[in-house]
Ligand binder design. Structure first.
Ligand SMILES: [Zn+2]
Length: 291
């Protein structure tokens, strides 16, 4: 639909179809504009022609402005549109398909990403919404309360991915065991990970047998791990080697207590439904060493 026309005293090549396509006008508007153009062609009076041409161009401008306004509305974000996003909220089917060893492997790989500062980008707002109705976490981690141990980040886990129980010195009591039974027997988690850490204040306090308020009965849960270490050297918190030995002993002691004090979890572990494993987090490197 190419034509030559005189517009504001100048002769120009005028292709209505090209203009319409260029401005990305939808089908109905295109029909309307083309009809307007045909009407325009039938008019021979020069001044009227000029008026109508101005009207056509104004129509173009208004509709194209509307188009631009529409495209500026932010679209609903989709997972695959988030750059770097590679994981979604775990579903029941995905949880059921996991084995304890697969979960351990995913934790090791997540910790490697954490160490090289390559955490997975996640759409947290969307994960909050998607996990609101139900949760199917793959593991429960028992950690110290220490502020330098960000458990989810350490394993590069997202919302709905792991249960986390925290208490100074990562020991178990009735409440923590109940939480673990809920995580594994009720909610289907495949792994119990007891994670101690280097430079642990609770472990050092237990080593020095500190007495203070409610800290005293709390440390009594860690003392058996101190006494279990056979070491004839300096048995104080000033000895980093001894503190490290007690840290590992405390993790082992906690794992033993889980089996002793929870018949439910022991049976699940014996049947291979879950695994109970221990690890120590290194403050200096961010590395988690599995025991
Ligand atoms: Zn600690």
């Amino acid at each position: 639909m190419m034509d030559r026309m005189e517009l504001w005293g100048r002769t120009v090549n005028f292709s209505i179809s090209e203009w319409v396509l260029l401005l990305n006008i939808d089908h109905q508007i295109r029909k309307y504009v083309e009809q307007l153009y045909l009407t325009f062609k039938s008019i021979h009076m020069k001044k009227v022609k000029l008026f109508v041409s101005t009207l056509v161009i104004l129509t173009f401008m208004i509709t194209s402005c509307n188009q631009v306004t529409k495209t500026e509305d932010p679209p609903e974000p989709q997972n695959d549109q988030i750059v770097g996003l590679v994981e979604d909220v775990l579903t029941k089917e995905e949880q059921e398909a996991l084995t304890p060893d697969m979960v351990i492997q995913s934790f090791k790989e997540g910790n490697e990403r954490f160490m090289r500062n390559d955490l997975t980008a996640r759409n947290h707002s969307e994960q909050v919404r998607k996990s609101a109705g139900a949760q199917f976490p793959k593991a429960i981690v028992l950690s110290c309360v220490d502020s330098r141990v960000p458990v989810e980040d350490v394993f590069d886990r997202g919302i709905g991915d792991v249960f986390v129980a925290r208490v100074a010195g990562n020991f178990v009591n009735e409440d923590i065991l109940g939480s673990m039974e809920f995580a594994c027997k009720v909610s289907g988690a495949k792994l119990i990970l007891v994670m101690g850490h280097e430079h642990c204040g609770a472990v050092k306090a237990a080593v020095d047998d500190v007495k203070l308020g409610n800290i005293t009965p709390m440390l009594s849960k860690i003392r058996p791990a101190v006494e279990a270490v056979e070491y004839t050297g300096d048995r104080t918190s000033g000895n980093k080697d001894f503190v490290h030995m007690v840290c590992e002993s405390n993790v082992q002691h906690t794992m033993k207590k889980i089996r002793e004090d929870s018949p439910i979890l022991k049976e699940m572990a014996d049947n291979g439904e879950i695994r109970i494993v221990g690890a120590v987090y290194d403050m200096d490197t961010g590395k988690v060493s599995f025991l």
